[in-house]
Design a protein around this ligand. Structure first.
Ligand SMILES: [Zn+2]
Length: 203
């Protein structure tokens, strides 16, 4: 819901020559990218590292809070893939993505003309990105990859199922972006689908 792929519009280039009065007049204006932007890579579509790190820390803290408030309280060591699934289902109540049930007349329609009583869920893309961040945070906080509950098979299967259900119910495709279907206009609604920053292999 917060990030879009508009990273390529923000290169601050042209003020380089104006700041230096008369000593450096030799710099050709076309090579300004060499010195100033060492961290900026225009080809990657992931958000900037600091923003990702901040989001990851926030997600990790939220999850820790969830474990604390769990009944009975859970330690991180006790946390299994089943608990992660429980957490994802718990998050659904805060979701903003309409997922039509099969009986709904708008099942499979990306843009229904009128509201319907179908439930709101967390968008698959959001969950997928969240799990990626939590999985990384778990390892950074000393968890071993073998016992990482966010990497559990059950979690992977759940995410796949959510993706299929939401793709059908909402009439959208979560195929990788390089395969474009000419018959479809915009394939994703712009609101709540975060870019899959973790699972996607960028070719
Ligand atoms: Zn509906």
């Amino acid at each position: 819901m917060d990030m879009k792929n508009t990273a390529s519009t923000s290169i601050p280039s042209p003020s380089l020559l104006s700041s230096s009065p008369s000593t450096l007049t030799i710099i050709p204006p076309s090579t300004t990218t060499s010195g100033s932007s060492s961290t900026f890579s225009p080809s990657s579509q992931s958000p900037s590292p600091s923003r990702y790190e901040a989001q990851k820390r926030r997600d990790w803290n939220t999850f820790g809070q969830y474990l604390k408030n769990h009944q009975p309280p859970l330690s991180l060591a006790q946390c299994s893939g089943a608990h992660v699934l429980e957490y994802l289902r718990y998050l659904d109540q805060f979701g903003k993505t309409k997922v039509h049930v099969q009986m709904c007349p708008f099942f499979g329609l990306p843009h229904p003309p009128v509201p319907c009583p179908c439930p709101l869920r967390q968008a698959w893309g959001s969950l997928d990105a969240l799990i990626g961040r939590l999985r990384a945070a778990h390892e950074e906080n000393g968890g071993s990859p073998e016992t990482n509950p966010f990497a559990a098979r059950a979690v992977r299967l759940y995410l796949r199922e959510v993706r299929e259900v939401q793709a059908k119910a909402r009439g959208v495709s979560y195929e990788k972006k390089k395969r474009k279907k000419p018959t479809q206009g915009g394939n994703l609604p712009s609101s709540s689908d975060a870019p899959p920053s973790t699972g996607a292999t960028s070719a």
